[in-house]
Ligand binder design. Structure first.
Ligand code: DHB
Length: 382
């Protein structure tokens, strides 16, 4: 996304990617785009397929006590909405745009390392460098800036000298077991279910594909979950007194996701700028990870553009501070959704009554519903 936006501003870049194009285009990841993410994709000319295939949602549903309660975005979020459109399709659309613009993308890059991005390097020997190998060939790229958009396990963050960053994190005592099933979604909208057996989530990727999750142990062994056991658990957790059934289908993918909140401050060091999961991760409840990565890029792209147009570094210098204000609000929301909906191993009967009271409050108070709605569709950019 950053390379695409920079291209539109006349700024050259190249992308170094560890995986193959096929791998990133096939790997199922996030699927809910905030209004602001959708707008940016459309405005920047990569929204054609999104417009055709994206499923716009004007609400989400919370299910607890065997009943379903709807949060209406039209009424509570100024008509803003979210759109179901899978991350791997967003990536495919961006690959196409980069190819059309003859942008350089190095795929299946191995042994990637970043060098000389500190301010003293710039004052001394010179410019940042990226080294990597592709197809047995070694490359060294000299550049003005490095954007560390390389995820939580990437090389950029650990390359920053120890002591320059402060880490804030929290690990949750559970994970999600997720499946992709060839079944039409059993609900037109996403359902977040609170249940005494644990949290469950019904989502989708298309009118033919359901995406479903159940709360599980963080180190859950997927081999202990044959398909029948997964469906049985989903039926139990989505049970309702209403006239509703969960449609089953062939499970075509399953996996366990760990859960963690993580932020580093600052998100920059010299001429290296961290964005997305390289700088912060959120637990998945509320679907903020991809959107938060895109909002970093909405700050970083204009900052680079300003530098190349005017020579000024003011937007670059305030990058981290600008991003972190929003990052922390989104962290708070993801933590809150997670805490409200999951069973914790420390929970007692008091905590469960408190969670039910919170869900009752959130779905019955206009003020509380609005808080959920405005965070869910995406907080404004500064
Ligand atoms: C999905 C994931 C989420 O974390 C969420 O809150 C809603 C939907 C999904 O994968 O579709």
């Amino acid at each position: 996304m950053l390379a695409h936006l920079l291209h539109l501003q006349g700024v050259d870049s190249l992308v170094v990617e560890a995986r193959s194009r096929q791998y990133v285009e096939e790997r199922v990841r996030a699927g809910v785009l905030e209004q602001g993410t959708v707008d940016l994709l459309k405005e920047s000319g990569v929204g054609e397929r999104l417009e055709r295939e994206g499923l716009t949602h004007h609400g989400v549903q919370l299910r607890f006590g065997h009943r379903t309660h709807r949060i209406d975005f039209k009424e509570l979020a100024n008509g803003r909405s979210v759109t179901i459109y899978p991350q791997n399709k967003v990536i495919a659309d961006l690959f196409d745009a980069r190819a059309a613009a003859k942008g350089q993308v190095f795929l299946e890059a191995a042994d990637v390392s970043v060098h000389d991005f500190g301010v003293s390097d710039a004052n001394g020997s010179g410019k940042p460098k990226i080294r990597f190998r592709t197809g047995g060939e070694s490359h060294e790229i000299t550049c003005d800036f490095i954007a560390g958009c390389d995820g939580f396990h990437g090389v950029c963050r650990p390359s920053i000298p120890e002591g320059a960053l402060t880490v804030y994190d929290r690990i949750y005592p559970f994970g999600w077991l997720g499946i992709l099933a060839e079944a039409p979604p059993s609900s037109e909208e996403i359902i977040y279910a609170y249940h005494e057996r644990g949290f469950a989530l019904l989502s989708m990727r298309s009118p033919e594909l359901s995406r479903l999750y159940v709360q599980c142990a963080p180190d859950e062994d997927i081999n202990e979950w044959p398909d029948e056991r997964i469906w049985k658990e989903l039926h139990a957790r989505f049970a309702t007194v209403e006239n509703w059934t969960l449609t089953e289908g062939r499970i075509i993918q399953k996996g366990v996701t760990g859960m963690r909140s993580f932020v580093v401050e600052p998100m920059q060091y010299g001429n290296l700028f961290l964005a997305g999961d390289a700088a912060h991760i959120v637990p998945p409840t509320g679907a903020k990870g991809l959107n938060l990565a895109v909002s970093d890029i909405r700050v970083l792209a204009p900052a680079f553009a300003e530098f190349y147009k005017t020579g000024k570094r003011s937007l670059l210098e305030s990058y981290s501070e600008t991003c972190l204000r929003r990052v922390w609000k989104v962290q708070r929301f993801s933590w809150w959704m997670t805490s409200m909906l999951h069973l914790f191993n420390t929970d007692n009967a008091f905590d469960q009554r408190r969670q039910l009271a919170e869900l009752d409050y959130v779905t019955s108070s206009r003020a509380a519903s609005q808080t959920l709605a405005e965070n869910y569709v995406g907080l404004p950019m500064e």
